[in-house]
Design a protein around this ligand. Structure first.
Ligand code: PEP
Ligand code: MG
Length: 310
Protein backbone atom coordinates (compact mmCIF):
# COMPACT_ATOMS: atom_id res chain seq x y z
CA UNK A 1 0.00 0.00 0.00
CA UNK A 2 0.99 3.59 -0.49
CA UNK A 3 3.74 3.02 -3.01
CA UNK A 4 2.45 5.63 -5.46
CA UNK A 5 4.24 8.97 -5.81
CA UNK A 6 4.48 11.46 -2.95
CA UNK A 7 1.25 13.26 -2.12
CA UNK A 8 1.05 16.91 -1.08
CA UNK A 9 0.65 17.06 2.70
CA UNK A 10 -2.08 19.43 3.93
CA UNK A 11 -0.31 20.14 7.24
CA UNK A 12 -2.59 18.10 9.53
CA UNK A 13 -1.19 14.72 10.55
CA UNK A 14 -3.72 11.97 9.84
CA UNK A 15 -4.24 8.80 7.86
CA UNK A 16 -6.34 8.84 4.68
CA UNK A 17 -9.38 7.80 6.76
CA UNK A 18 -8.87 10.57 9.31
CA UNK A 19 -7.07 8.83 12.22
CA UNK A 20 -5.23 11.74 13.85
CA UNK A 21 -1.47 11.54 14.53
CA UNK A 22 0.21 14.87 15.25
CA UNK A 23 3.37 15.51 13.21
CA UNK A 24 5.70 17.62 15.35
CA UNK A 25 9.24 19.01 15.24
CA UNK A 26 12.32 18.29 17.37
CA UNK A 27 14.17 21.50 18.21
CA UNK A 28 17.16 22.68 20.21
CA UNK A 29 17.45 26.34 19.19
CA UNK A 30 15.45 29.26 17.80
CA UNK A 31 16.83 28.44 14.32
CA UNK A 32 15.48 24.89 14.63
CA UNK A 33 12.12 26.27 15.76
CA UNK A 34 11.81 28.48 12.69
CA UNK A 35 12.85 25.56 10.46
CA UNK A 36 10.17 23.38 12.07
CA UNK A 37 7.47 26.03 11.46
CA UNK A 38 8.60 26.45 7.85
CA UNK A 39 8.43 22.68 7.37
CA UNK A 40 4.80 22.66 8.55
CA UNK A 41 5.26 21.05 11.99
CA UNK A 42 2.04 21.21 14.05
CA UNK A 43 4.02 21.99 17.19
CA UNK A 44 7.08 20.69 19.02
CA UNK A 45 7.27 17.17 20.47
CA UNK A 46 10.78 17.59 21.87
CA UNK A 47 12.67 20.76 22.81
CA UNK A 48 16.10 19.56 23.95
CA UNK A 49 16.90 22.34 26.45
CA UNK A 50 20.37 20.98 27.20
CA UNK A 51 21.36 21.95 23.63
CA UNK A 52 21.21 25.59 24.81
CA UNK A 53 23.92 24.92 27.41
CA UNK A 54 26.40 22.40 25.97
CA UNK A 55 29.19 25.00 26.33
CA UNK A 56 27.95 26.74 29.50
CA UNK A 57 30.58 26.67 32.29
CA UNK A 58 28.00 27.48 35.00
CA UNK A 59 24.27 27.10 35.55
CA UNK A 60 22.46 29.86 33.63
CA UNK A 61 20.25 32.12 35.75
CA UNK A 62 16.45 31.82 35.69
CA UNK A 63 16.27 35.08 33.68
CA UNK A 64 18.81 33.80 31.13
CA UNK A 65 16.97 30.51 30.77
CA UNK A 66 13.61 32.25 30.44
CA UNK A 67 14.92 34.43 27.58
CA UNK A 68 16.57 31.47 25.80
CA UNK A 69 13.43 29.32 26.02
CA UNK A 70 11.16 32.18 24.95
CA UNK A 71 13.20 32.61 21.75
CA UNK A 72 12.58 28.93 20.90
CA UNK A 73 8.87 28.96 21.89
CA UNK A 74 7.85 32.21 20.20
CA UNK A 75 7.32 30.78 16.68
CA UNK A 76 4.79 28.37 18.25
CA UNK A 77 2.37 30.85 19.82
CA UNK A 78 -0.95 29.04 20.35
CA UNK A 79 0.58 25.67 19.42
CA UNK A 80 1.64 22.72 21.57
CA UNK A 81 5.29 22.51 22.63
CA UNK A 82 6.84 19.85 24.85
CA UNK A 83 9.85 21.22 26.69
CA UNK A 84 12.21 18.57 28.03
CA UNK A 85 14.09 19.36 31.22
CA UNK A 86 17.89 19.15 31.06
CA UNK A 87 19.10 15.77 29.82
CA UNK A 88 22.67 16.06 31.04
CA UNK A 89 25.09 13.17 31.00
CA UNK A 90 26.35 10.31 28.81
CA UNK A 91 26.51 11.60 25.21
CA UNK A 92 25.56 15.16 26.31
CA UNK A 93 27.59 16.14 29.42
CA UNK A 94 26.96 19.61 30.89
CA UNK A 95 29.88 21.16 32.78
CA UNK A 96 27.66 22.38 35.63
CA UNK A 97 25.63 19.19 36.10
CA UNK A 98 27.29 15.97 34.97
CA UNK A 99 29.21 13.90 37.49
CA UNK A 100 32.82 13.12 36.66
CA UNK A 101 34.51 9.75 36.99
CA UNK A 102 31.53 7.49 36.40
CA UNK A 103 32.70 4.16 35.02
CA UNK A 104 29.66 3.96 32.70
CA UNK A 105 27.98 7.35 32.19
CA UNK A 106 25.11 5.96 30.06
CA UNK A 107 24.05 3.92 33.11
CA UNK A 108 24.92 6.59 35.64
CA UNK A 109 23.44 9.77 37.06
CA UNK A 110 22.02 11.29 33.88
CA UNK A 111 18.73 12.91 32.87
CA UNK A 112 16.17 13.16 35.67
CA UNK A 113 18.53 11.31 38.05
CA UNK A 114 20.63 14.49 38.35
CA UNK A 115 17.57 16.27 39.75
CA UNK A 116 17.14 13.79 42.63
CA UNK A 117 20.42 15.07 44.09
CA UNK A 118 19.90 18.70 43.06
CA UNK A 119 16.16 19.42 42.89
CA UNK A 120 16.80 23.16 43.16
CA UNK A 121 18.35 23.12 39.65
CA UNK A 122 15.17 21.47 38.30
CA UNK A 123 12.94 23.93 40.16
CA UNK A 124 14.84 26.90 38.74
CA UNK A 125 14.49 25.47 35.24
CA UNK A 126 10.75 24.90 35.75
CA UNK A 127 10.37 28.51 36.92
CA UNK A 128 12.13 29.68 33.73
CA UNK A 129 9.95 27.42 31.53
CA UNK A 130 6.74 28.71 33.18
CA UNK A 131 7.93 32.27 32.50
CA UNK A 132 8.79 31.48 28.88
CA UNK A 133 5.38 29.85 28.40
CA UNK A 134 3.70 33.06 29.56
CA UNK A 135 6.01 35.27 27.44
CA UNK A 136 5.62 33.23 24.23
CA UNK A 137 1.96 32.22 24.31
CA UNK A 138 2.91 28.65 23.35
CA UNK A 139 0.89 25.79 24.89
CA UNK A 140 3.71 24.39 26.98
CA UNK A 141 4.01 20.93 28.52
CA UNK A 142 7.12 19.71 30.32
CA UNK A 143 8.67 16.26 30.30
CA UNK A 144 11.60 14.56 32.01
CA UNK A 145 14.29 12.43 30.35
CA UNK A 146 15.56 9.05 31.59
CA UNK A 147 12.70 8.00 33.86
CA UNK A 148 12.82 4.39 35.11
CA UNK A 149 9.78 3.98 37.40
CA UNK A 150 6.26 5.27 38.08
CA UNK A 151 7.48 6.67 41.42
CA UNK A 152 10.05 8.82 39.60
CA UNK A 153 7.34 10.00 37.21
CA UNK A 154 5.09 10.95 40.15
CA UNK A 155 7.93 12.86 41.84
CA UNK A 156 8.60 14.83 38.66
CA UNK A 157 4.92 15.57 37.99
CA UNK A 158 4.57 16.93 41.52
CA UNK A 159 7.40 19.42 40.98
CA UNK A 160 6.02 20.47 37.56
CA UNK A 161 2.57 21.15 39.01
CA UNK A 162 4.10 23.04 41.96
CA UNK A 163 5.74 25.31 39.37
CA UNK A 164 2.31 26.15 37.95
CA UNK A 165 2.75 24.21 34.70
CA UNK A 166 -0.43 22.38 33.75
CA UNK A 167 0.85 19.38 31.81
CA UNK A 168 3.59 17.00 32.96
CA UNK A 169 4.92 14.00 31.09
CA UNK A 170 7.95 11.74 30.98
CA UNK A 171 10.07 10.10 28.34
CA UNK A 172 10.13 6.36 27.96
CA UNK A 173 13.73 5.51 27.15
CA UNK A 174 14.46 2.70 29.61
CA UNK A 175 12.99 -0.79 29.05
CA UNK A 176 11.69 -0.86 32.65
CA UNK A 177 9.65 2.25 31.89
CA UNK A 178 8.23 0.70 28.72
CA UNK A 179 7.16 -2.34 30.76
CA UNK A 180 5.52 0.03 33.29
CA UNK A 181 3.87 2.34 30.76
CA UNK A 182 0.36 1.99 32.22
CA UNK A 183 1.55 2.67 35.79
CA UNK A 184 3.56 5.65 34.58
CA UNK A 185 0.62 7.04 32.59
CA UNK A 186 -1.44 6.89 35.78
CA UNK A 187 0.94 9.51 37.26
CA UNK A 188 1.40 11.89 34.31
CA UNK A 189 -0.55 13.47 31.47
CA UNK A 190 1.43 11.91 28.60
CA UNK A 191 4.54 9.97 27.66
CA UNK A 192 6.95 10.29 24.74
CA UNK A 193 9.22 7.48 23.62
CA UNK A 194 12.89 8.26 23.04
CA UNK A 195 13.67 5.44 20.65
CA UNK A 196 17.37 6.36 20.42
CA UNK A 197 17.96 5.55 24.07
CA UNK A 198 15.25 2.88 24.30
CA UNK A 199 17.04 0.96 21.52
CA UNK A 200 20.44 1.51 23.16
CA UNK A 201 19.24 0.14 26.51
CA UNK A 202 17.13 -2.67 25.07
CA UNK A 203 19.98 -4.09 22.98
CA UNK A 204 22.81 -3.08 25.35
CA UNK A 205 24.34 -1.40 22.29
CA UNK A 206 25.98 2.03 22.57
CA UNK A 207 24.07 4.46 20.31
CA UNK A 208 27.35 6.17 19.38
CA UNK A 209 29.14 3.00 18.28
CA UNK A 210 28.97 2.14 14.58
CA UNK A 211 30.03 -1.46 15.25
CA UNK A 212 26.70 -2.20 16.98
CA UNK A 213 24.46 -0.08 14.72
CA UNK A 214 22.65 -3.15 13.31
CA UNK A 215 21.39 -3.99 16.81
CA UNK A 216 20.46 -0.36 17.38
CA UNK A 217 18.02 -0.40 14.46
CA UNK A 218 14.55 0.88 15.52
CA UNK A 219 13.01 -1.69 13.16
CA UNK A 220 14.19 -4.54 15.41
CA UNK A 221 11.02 -6.47 16.32
CA UNK A 222 11.96 -6.58 20.03
CA UNK A 223 11.92 -2.78 20.11
CA UNK A 224 8.64 -2.70 18.17
CA UNK A 225 7.13 -5.01 20.81
CA UNK A 226 8.06 -2.54 23.57
CA UNK A 227 6.54 0.25 21.49
CA UNK A 228 3.38 -1.84 21.14
CA UNK A 229 3.11 -2.15 24.94
CA UNK A 230 3.29 1.64 25.19
CA UNK A 231 0.64 2.03 22.47
CA UNK A 232 -1.60 -0.41 24.34
CA UNK A 233 -1.16 1.58 27.58
CA UNK A 234 -2.06 4.80 25.76
CA UNK A 235 -5.23 3.19 24.46
CA UNK A 236 -6.16 1.74 27.87
CA UNK A 237 -5.65 5.04 29.71
CA UNK A 238 -6.85 7.39 26.97
CA UNK A 239 -3.65 9.45 27.37
CA UNK A 240 -1.23 10.45 24.58
CA UNK A 241 1.96 8.50 23.86
CA UNK A 242 4.26 10.04 21.25
CA UNK A 243 7.58 9.10 19.73
CA UNK A 244 10.38 11.67 19.56
CA UNK A 245 13.43 9.55 18.70
CA UNK A 246 14.89 9.23 15.22
CA UNK A 247 12.49 6.35 14.49
CA UNK A 248 9.66 8.87 14.03
CA UNK A 249 11.50 10.45 11.06
CA UNK A 250 11.26 7.28 8.92
CA UNK A 251 8.09 7.61 6.76
CA UNK A 252 7.49 3.84 6.59
CA UNK A 253 8.19 3.28 10.29
CA UNK A 254 5.81 6.19 11.04
CA UNK A 255 2.99 4.00 9.69
CA UNK A 256 4.07 1.09 11.89
CA UNK A 257 4.22 3.35 14.96
CA UNK A 258 0.71 4.60 14.15
CA UNK A 259 -0.46 0.99 13.80
CA UNK A 260 1.06 0.19 17.22
CA UNK A 261 -1.09 2.90 18.81
CA UNK A 262 1.36 5.79 19.22
CA UNK A 263 -0.48 9.11 18.99
CA UNK A 264 2.10 11.68 17.81
CA UNK A 265 5.44 11.69 16.02
CA UNK A 266 8.19 14.28 16.51
CA UNK A 267 11.21 14.60 14.23
CA UNK A 268 13.78 16.88 12.67
CA UNK A 269 12.30 19.51 10.34
CA UNK A 270 13.68 17.84 7.21
CA UNK A 271 11.45 14.78 7.76
CA UNK A 272 8.13 16.51 8.59
CA UNK A 273 6.58 16.67 5.13
CA UNK A 274 7.60 13.15 4.10
CA UNK A 275 6.13 11.67 7.29
CA UNK A 276 2.92 13.72 6.98
CA UNK A 277 2.54 12.60 3.35
CA UNK A 278 3.30 8.96 4.17
CA UNK A 279 0.52 8.80 6.78
CA UNK A 280 -1.93 10.55 4.44
CA UNK A 281 -1.49 7.78 1.85
CA UNK A 282 -2.77 4.90 4.01
CA UNK A 283 -5.66 3.99 6.29
CA UNK A 284 -5.19 3.23 9.97
CA UNK A 285 -6.08 -0.41 9.18
CA UNK A 286 -3.17 -0.50 6.72
CA UNK A 287 -0.95 0.92 9.46
CA UNK A 288 -2.09 -1.86 11.80
CA UNK A 289 -1.39 -4.47 9.12
CA UNK A 290 2.10 -3.02 8.62
CA UNK A 291 2.67 -3.17 12.40
CA UNK A 292 1.48 -6.78 12.64
CA UNK A 293 3.76 -7.79 9.74
CA UNK A 294 6.79 -6.01 11.23
CA UNK A 295 6.24 -7.50 14.70
CA UNK A 296 6.26 -11.01 13.25
CA UNK A 297 9.59 -10.53 11.44
CA UNK A 298 12.87 -12.05 12.60
CA UNK A 299 15.10 -9.00 12.38
CA UNK A 300 15.15 -5.31 11.48
CA UNK A 301 15.74 -5.78 7.76
CA UNK A 302 12.89 -8.28 7.39
CA UNK A 303 10.58 -6.10 9.48
CA UNK A 304 11.18 -3.22 7.08
CA UNK A 305 10.50 -5.45 4.10
CA UNK A 306 7.36 -6.91 5.71
CA UNK A 307 5.94 -3.46 6.49
CA UNK A 308 6.55 -2.30 2.93
CA UNK A 309 4.69 -5.32 1.54
CA UNK A 310 1.79 -5.19 4.01
C1 PEP B 1 15.95 9.57 22.43
O1 PEP B 1 16.69 9.06 23.26
O2 PEP B 1 15.38 8.94 21.50
C2 PEP B 1 15.66 11.02 22.48
C3 PEP B 1 14.73 11.56 21.73
O3 PEP B 1 16.43 11.78 23.31
P1 PEP B 1 17.97 12.13 22.96
O4 PEP B 1 18.24 11.69 21.55
O5 PEP B 1 18.11 13.59 23.14
O6 PEP B 1 18.70 11.33 23.98
MG1 MG C 1 17.30 10.13 25.01
Amino acid sequence: AGTSGPVEWDGTGRTSDGHRVKVLGNVGSAADAHAAVDAGAEGVGLFRTEFCYLDAPAEPSVAEQRAAYTAVLEPFRGKPVIVRTLDAGADKPLAFLSPEDEPNPALGVRGLRVAFDRPEVLDRQLEAIAGAAADSGAEVSVMAPMVATAAEAAWFAGRVRAAGIARAGVMIEIPAAALSAAEILAEVDFVSVGTNDLAQYTFAADRQLGAVATLNDPWQPALLRLLGLIGDAAKATGKPAGVCGEAAADPLLARVLTGLGLTSLSMNAAAVRAVGASLAEVTVEQCRAAATAALAAGDGASARKAARGA
